[in-house]
Design a protein around this ligand. Structure first.
Ligand code: NAD
Ligand code: ZN
Length: 355
């Protein structure tokens, strides 16, 4: 019987993130209790902290943050057979209802009853002990670290985006934006067999990281320049992009993404910016550029884990900072400001962790 409390990073309201002792949750049927280890901070965690909402998801009651996570199974609920106490697992943060047509078709990310960690009103996993559906926990091989386990979350976004883009052997790919999501897309596109990947950003430091991670071409963007000219410049090096993955959410970048995609190519929109934007629809339609959205991922954790476990993707260089659970506020501030070249900030929830 665990007697310690469950220290948790709770967002009470906008700009009010603090640590609080909560009861240790017990696993129900089909669930496991997890002693949390690594939790990465995502842009959406920071957004809820500073704005209290993303689209129609609005914080109306205190909520634990965090959804990019991993830990050790510390108790198993009734009926769980594929996991046991002591197993190290990565946690896929959202489970659908398992009943609706989307769930049955395997597109559970579209389930209207999806319960996703740290999306209001569902508590996240930035705490000492967390309970989750066992079938959304993936056992980590010994050589895959807890940090890498946490990174399977953004990596799954990239797996889904690259799948929806149809990236394959020999593809010429443009990734717009070299934040954590752009960078995992760069690495995943390469792992899918893309022969050349170009990446854009307005930040030199992030572009340098992209170069380190294998980008063939980097483009420092001046967003005040004409998007067609930027697209031309990209095309002069990369050639026309077979697939483009937009990971900035900036309207001007969306324009560049359309112009830079080859006729008959595919643009996958990952970046979430303004809910309504203008875009060059005639250019897209007369050239049959397919524009596809993605929302998180579905059935991508196994592939993301395989990419990491096989060494095809080394996501570790994305991690720039480490904090303890007790230092969550500092960790969030570092992620928000990007201080010290912050890309992926990792919080360690186990009590014994030494920085
Ligand atoms: P981020 O803010 O860290 O990265 C965005 C990057 O874009 C930054 O490096 C920024 O400098 C760069 N940028 C801004 N304007 C630009 C421009 N005009 N041209 C080129 N680069 C520009 O965010 P992130 O965590 O990497 O996430 C990227 C986007 O993906 C966000 O909008 C996020 O909301 C979205 N997202 C969507 C999903 C989904 O399911 N669709 C999932 C995760 C993240
Ligand atoms: Zn469903």
């Amino acid at each position: 019987m665990v007697t310690k409390g469950n220290l948790s990073a709770v967002l009470r309201k906008v700009d009010d993130l603090s640590l609080e002792e909560r009861p240790i949750p017990q696993p129900g049927k089909g669930e496991v209790q997890i002693q949390m280890h690594a939790v990465g901070i995502c842009g959406s965690d920071v957004h809820y902290w500073k704005k209290g909402r993303i689209g129609d998801f609005i914080l109306t009651a205190p909520m634990v943050l965090g959804h990019e996570s991993s830990g050790v199974v510390s108790a198993v609920g009734e009926g769980v057979t594929h996991l046991k106490v002591g197993d190290r697992v990565a946690i896929e943060p959202g489970a659908g209802c398992r009943q609706c047509s989307f769930c049955k078709e395997g597109r559970y990310n579209l389930c209207p009853d999806m319960k996703f960690a740290a999306t209001p009103p569902i508590d996240g996993s930035l705490c000492r002990y967390y309970v989750h559906a066992a079938d959304f926990c993936f056992k980590l091989p010994d050589h895959v670290s807890f940090e890498e386990g946490a990174l399977l979350e953004p990596l799954s976004v990239a797996v889904h985006a690259c799948r929806r883009a149809g990236i394959s052997i020999g593809s010429n790919v443009l990734v717009c934006g070299a934040g954590p999501i752009g960078l995992v897309n760069l690495m995943t596109a390469k792992a899918c067999g893309a022969s050349k990947v170009a990446i854009t950003d307005i930040d030199e430091g992030r572009l340098n990281k992209a170069k380190e991670l294998g980008a063939d071409y980097i483009f420092k963007i001046d967003p005040s320049k004409d998007s067609r000219d930027i697209a031309k410049e990209i095309e002069n090096s990369l050639g026309a992009a077979d697939q483009t993955i937009e990971c900035t959410g900036a309207e001007s970048s969306f324009h560049t993404a359309i112009y830079a995609t080859k006729s008959g190519g595919t643009l996958v929109v990952v970046g979430m910016g303004k809910p309504v934007v203008q875009f060059p629809i005639v250019d897209a339609l007369v050239r049959e550029v397919d524009i596809r959205g993605i929302f998180r991922y579905t059935n991508c954790y196994p592939a993301a884990l395989a990419l990491v476990a096989s060494g095809k993707v080394d996501a570790k260089p994305l991690i720039t900072h480490h904090f303890k659970l007790e230092q969550s506020l500092d960790a969030f501030e570092t992620s928000r400001t990007g201080a010290g070249g912050a890309i992926k900030v990792m919080i360690h929830c186990n009590e014994g962790y030494q920085i």
